[in-house]
Design a protein. Structure first.
Length: 150
């Protein structure tokens, strides 16, 4: 009986430890663009991209092409701005989530894709850029390097 009690305490402690581990690792991602903690310069770049994305959508671009249109429109000014290094230092996942959330706040949810699909699409574009070997930094030029012939 004593052995069973010790065994149950052992499994209970493992169970609680695993819950704490998962809770710390799987913290919820921000639901709204305002929930992200990005520098003002990076936030402004993300908001500008989101605005241009929404304009592209309203001009008839499909959701998968609107990111390319928005990226092409703003890349030269971003290259000249002082925010480029800051933007590239932001983890791709954070920037993609921020942009997707911001697009849904600005455009609404009737853009033809879900926020999750949009986030995955933006992250996919960011991962296809010239600095593929680096998993972490967001590279805004990657948004225009894909499908340059489109």
């Amino acid at each position: 009986m004593n052995q069973m009690r010790n065994l149950s305490k052992y499994f209970l402690s493992i169970f609680l430890a695993s819950i704490l581990l998962f809770a710390s690792v799987l913290s919820p991602s921000p639901a709204f663009a305002d929930d992200f903690e990005l520098s003002p310069a990076v936030s402004e770049v993300g908001e500008t991209f989101s605005d241009k994305y929404c304009v592209a959508i309203s001009n008839g671009s499909p959701a998968d092409q609107a990111a390319l249109v928005a990226g092409r429109q703003m890349i030269s000014s971003l290259m000249r701005s002082g925010a480029l290094k800051e933007v590239m230092a932001v983890p791709k996942e954070d920037m993609a989530s921020f942009i997707a959330s911001n697009i849904f706040e600005i455009c609404g949810d009737n853009i033809g894709v879900s926020e999750l699909e949009l986030n995955a699409s933006i992250l996919n574009l960011a991962n296809q850029g010239p600095s593929q070997s680096q998993n972490k930094p967001f590279n805004p030029s990657s948004l225009i390097n894909k499908n340059q012939n489109t």
